[in-house]
Design a protein around this ligand. Structure first.
Ligand code: DC
Length: 237
């Protein structure tokens, strides 16, 4: 979406009430998994989607693709990159037909992603993309604002947390990087994600908060599967 289009839309926060509203579980279900970096969202969301046979949306990959595009073509605004984004998400992430699965995980792209994610015009363009995807079928969608903004009507919202030290240690292990450096960078990005004006990282009031500190993936996934079963059960007449 162009800056003009955002201005025309009032430049305000998106309306609440996107996908998930009035969706009975028999027709379709959205499980929103939000939380800070390194809390285990991706691993748990993927495992949960596989266990349930749901589609999986990694919304962070969209922000990372805008960040990569904007690093590669800085003369174009992040909002324009977001509006024109040609991306395919799946086992591999394709940007303009190129495999960027690894490239979008670099420290430079991570840092840039949290900057472009604070741009409201970027968020509005990516919001529309996410809502289009989530409009049909069953999804496990992970990010920072799935339960609060993208799919406030999601049938189940899980907010994963863990201590900064543990999150940094996990991410450093994945990247083969120095834990103290990852911790410093993560704390800057956390602050930016939490303190931005538009769709800041926060738990939805009706989210189930799960602290994953000291828990392995299998345990957290089993808890999530249990929460889905309960959410479905509570829908039953
Ligand atoms: O989940 P991740 O680390 O891949 O996310 C990359 C960046 O995008 C991170 O700074 C947070 C931001 N993001 C966001 O603002 N909203 C989302 N729904 C997903 C990610």
């Amino acid at each position: 979406m162009s800056a003009a289009a955002v201005a025309a839309a009032g430049g305000s926060e998106p309306e609440q009430g996107g996908p998930g509203r009035c969706r009975g579980y028999r027709g379709a279900m959205i499980v929103a998994i939000d939380g800070p970096a390194g809390a285990g969202k991706s691993t748990v969301a993927r495992a949960l989607a596989a266990a349930l046979g749901f589609d999986y949306l990694d919304s962070g990959a969209l922000y990372r693709c805008v960040a990569l595009a904007s690093l590669q073509a800085p003369e174009i605004s992040p909002a324009e990159h977001a509006a024109a984004l040609d991306v395919s998400l799946g086992e591999r992430v394709l940007l303009d037909g190129r495999d960027v699965t690894q490239a979008i995980r670099s420290p430079d792209v991570s840092a840039r992603a949290s900057v472009v994610a604070a741009d409201q015009a970027v968020r509005l363009a990516l919001l529309a993309r996410q809502r289009e995807l989530l409009a049909k079928g069953d999804w496990v969608a992970e990010g920072r604002d799935i339960g609060t903004v993208v799919a406030p009507g999601a049938e189940l919202k899980i907010f994963l947390v863990a201590s900064l030290q543990e999150r940094a240690a996990r991410r450093a292990g994945e990247l083969g990087a120095d834990p103290s450096q990852v911790e410093a960078e993560m704390s800057v990005r956390d602050a930016r994600d939490r303190e931005r004006d538009h769709s800041p990282l926060q738990a939805a009031p009706d989210a189930v908060v799960l602290d994953t500190s000291g828990l392995d993936v299998a345990t957290v996934t089993a808890r999530a599967v249990d929460l889905v079963a309960r959410a479905r059960g509570s829908d039953r007449p």
